[in-house]
Design a protein around this ligand. Sequence first.
Ligand SMILES: *Cc1c(COP(=O)(O)O)cnc(C)c1O
Length: 345
Amino acid sequence: MSRISKLVRPNIAALAPYSTARDEYGGPIGIFLDANESPYENGYNRYPHPSQQAEIKARISKIKGVPAANIFLGNGSDEAIDLVYRIFCEPSKDNAVIIAPSYGMYSVAAAINNIEVRPVMLDEEFQLSTEALLNACDDSTKLIFLCSPNNPSGNAFPAGQLLDICDRFHGITVVDEAYVDFSSKGSLAGEAVKRDNLIVLQTLSKARAMAGLRVGMAISNEEIIRLMSMVKYPYNLSRAAMEKALEFLDNAIDANVGVIVKERERLSAKLPSFPFVRKVFHSDANFLLVQVDDADSLYSYLLDKGIIVRNRSRVRGCNGCIRITVGLPEENDALITALNNYDRV
Ligand SMILES: *Cc1c(COP(=O)(O)O)cnc(C)c1O
């Protein structure tokens, strides 16, 4: 028995997936009287065709250098997070170990599915203790969620450390790489294809500028990808989203990512010069976590100037911190100007 079949919930292993009209007959032309759609053509009267996802996977396969059979497409990577819980964790019995502070959806999706999460705090510099993480696991721990670069701290963990955790953990390790395009530390996507217990999450929402389309992905071995495809809603991505995604995937992102990384470095060099800034944490992403004297006051002041940042000061491990997304150069200039004036209030 493979490790995956031992970890998967028995009801999922036994699942007969819904077979759509378009799965049963996928031909492009004909008189379609099989899916109870409206016959009045408007471009969207038909359910999405499976070939649309196949086309996007083929395109992503080229970009990421992983086979299309190792890619799952979701309605945002948030869908992939939810599916991983539903495939591997028995409600009110199994648990998942996560790092803290990190992305909120790991806990929310767990709570919705009635799965216990065990947060393991990162240290003051947001570094991760492999031993603390593994010590939090027991026989009922099916998943470890890691986020690298991590949201909200911004730092990426060393690839060697992430793979060591994956090697030593008996369950499935999920590494969320939503911000990987802004990092020089590289992706584990190639490793996820080769291993039986690693899932890498990526998204079109951040560097690829498609947050509004809701397209995310999981990259893993073919067995896990098959399970995810079986459990997802039959038509999880809309025709409209897939058309746009395919079009936008042709846009090169290197120049824009280059500007954002340069601006990130400019902001992280500039921000410490303000007397109310205590610390700017190292970032491998498109945002900076900044510890200030009075986060609530600075947040309200910026809001008043029409600049919206994220107040993270009530998140455990983020005392006094705000998270600032790196914007266009002129937007970052406006932020700096506002901060110059805050100094004087
Ligand atoms: C923004 C973000 C995502 C993206 O989620 P989508 O559902 O794909 O938009 C995933 N993980 C982390 C850590 C994020 O910050």
